[in-house]
Design a protein around this ligand. Structure first.
Ligand code: SF4
Length: 80
């Protein structure tokens, strides 16, 4: 059972890394940084969200300071 959990955690970690690389490539090719006002608004929404896990979004696993900054990113719950 322990090894199954370890494999599962490994798969989840790989999926998060893959999602981050995909988001980074999208940002590099077609993205830009949002205006400061938009950035602040996004972070404020996240700070009051029950799906926030510290500095990360619990849904997608992204670091909110980066996710909120990139124009190509959006909230997985459509809050911004
Ligand atoms: S990105 Fe969306 S779901 Fe994730 S913490 Fe922010 S508001 Fe919540």
């Amino acid at each position: 059972m322990h090894s199954v959990l370890m494999v599962w955690h490994g798969i989840l970690k790989m999926m998060r890394i893959f999602r981050f690389i995909k988001a980074l490539i999208k940002y590099i090719f077609i993205g830009s940084q949002v205006e400061q006002r938009e950035y602040d608004l996004r972070l404020e929404i996240c700070s009051n969200c029950k799906d926030r896990c510290g500095k990360k979004c619990c849904i997608c696993g992204c670091y909110l300071s980066k996710k909120a900054q990139w124009s190509t990113e959006s909230c997985p719950k459509n809050k911004w």
